[in-house]
Design a binder for this molecule. Structure first.
Ligand code: SF4
Length: 416
């Protein structure tokens, strides 16, 4: 297929594909899907080998958010029956982080619900970062605390943060249909503040909120423009009790096409499969590892993931390896650029490897898995969804959604 050959060549050269090429990936048929995955796999292996980076979410503060992100189970007015608690103490957060690190995670993503941190919150998170780093040498820490005010990114950097996550979530054109309490421009501003402070920028999207293919391409091109080091791709978990509870629009095939499009547009950045992996990719998760080079281990912010051991078994069975703490995630050219900007812990500075998610990964602010969700204003399937998407694509799989009841904020052991 000429399209795929062209995309592979461009990906290997870090050249941006055209919008038409990105849209064409989303429009491929099921008959072409394995070829699409194989082509994206060539680009993935060029920049990240067969390594899979594991990230671990610690929800520092859950629920009770004053913002109205429609996809989010922690939003204002959410009726979702999630865990609600205020700030974990630094030692509690450090304990939770240690469990994830013992399970194989290389990055810890510290997430807190809310519009953005106060200076006191930043101080508190700084103490938490110090506690985690004292006890876990070499671990990367990403903060995901919402919109940042002037000077806060610098203070987080001084406290030892390696990265900051703030997702764009969807296109500029549809952002207002998802959230009314802040704007797309606010989000861009925070990613730029993180970047300017020398933090590794992590920013991604949520698919499945009723957006069009054009919206998806718009947001991925915007992320490339922002030059995020890592791009978490969330697949909306339509939480009962949120405005997007009925938005079951994704099939495993559609998720694979979206991931491949992200890989072709952002060939040398960490593409992370974030919230909704188990719910929407289901038994196709191992295939997706050929495209993405990073996942979350264990549970998400407000929902439970598959058992941590199942994540590790899946990686081994699919012929991939967990990225070790001594390996740099990002390819050398990106790691060097980050180091030159004053960023990057040891783990970003050497050559070769790959990188970051948050948080995105991190949930609270862009994760479909209970953090941030779909847009209220959208109806069911996107108008331009491929005609071949089977009816099962929009079948509600509420049986696969489990609200988190263990780990941070509970007395029960975390899933790692
Ligand atoms: S995504 Fe973040 S800011 Fe939006 S409602 Fe959820 S916790 Fe609040």
């Amino acid at each position: 297929m000429d399209l795929l050959n062209t995309l592979v060549e461009k990906g290997l050269r870090r050249e941006t594909p055209t919008r038409e090429e990105a849209l064409a990936v989303l429009a491929t048929s099921d008959d072409e899907l394995l070829d699409v995955v194989a082509a994206a796999g060539k680009v993935r292996r060029q920049w990240f080998g067969r390594r899979v980076k594991l990230n671990y979410l610690v929800n520092l503060k859950s629920g009770l958010c004053p913002e109205d992100c429609s996809y989010c189970s922690q939003r204002l007015g959410s009726k979702a029956d999630i865990l609600k608690y205020t700030w974990l103490k630094p030692d509690e957060a450090s304990q939770a982080a240690a469990a994830g690190i013992a399970g194989g995670a290389k990055r810890v993503c510290l997430v807190a619900s809310g519009r953005g941190p106060t200076d006191r919150d930043v101080e508190r998170v700084g103490r938490t970062i110090e506690a985690i780093k004292e006890q876990n040498e070499g671990v990367e820490v990403c903060a995901c605390l919402g919109l940042l005010s002037d000077g806060q990114a610098e203070r987080l950097k001084t406290a030892g943060a390696d990265a900051y996550n703030h997702n764009l979530n969807t296109s500029e054109g549809t952002y207002g249909e998802i959230t009314t309490t802040h704007t797309y421009a606010d989000r861009v501003d925070t990613v730029q503040k993180a970047h300017a402070a020398g933090l590794s920028a992590c920013s991604g999207l949520i698919a499945g909120m009723g957006e069009t293919d054009e919206d998806l391409v718009d947001v991925v091109f915007a992320l490339r423009e922002l030059d995020s080091d890592s791009v978490p791709v969330n697949f909306l978990i339509p939480f009962e009790g949120t405005p997007l509870a009925k938005e079951w629009n994704l099939s495993p095939q559609r998720c694979l096409r979206i991931l491949a499009m992200v890989r072709f547009v952002c060939p040398d950045v960490e593409v992370r499969i974030a919230g909704g992996r188990e719910v929407h990719l289901r038994s196709m998760q191992p295939l997706a590892l050929n495209i993405a080079n990073s996942i979350f281990l264990g549970d998400y912010l407000t929902s439970e993931g598959q058992a941590g051991k199942a994540d590790l078994d899946m990686i081994a069975d699919a012929g991939f390896e967990v990225e070790g703490a001594g390996t740099t995630t990002l390819p050398a050219h990106r790691a060097d650029a980050l180091a030159a900007a004053g960023g990057g812990s040891g783990s970003h500075a050497s050559a070769g490897g790959c990188g970051s998610e948050a948080s995105a990964g991190c949930g609270g602010h862009g994760e479909a898995a209970g953090g941030c969700g779909p847009c209220g204003g959208h109806a069911a399937a996107p108008a331009d969804a491929p005609a071949e998407v089977p009816a099962a694509a929009s079948e509600a799989r509420t049986d696969l959604v489990a609200v988190r009841r263990r780990g941070a904020g509970t007395d029960l052991a975390p899933n790692t």
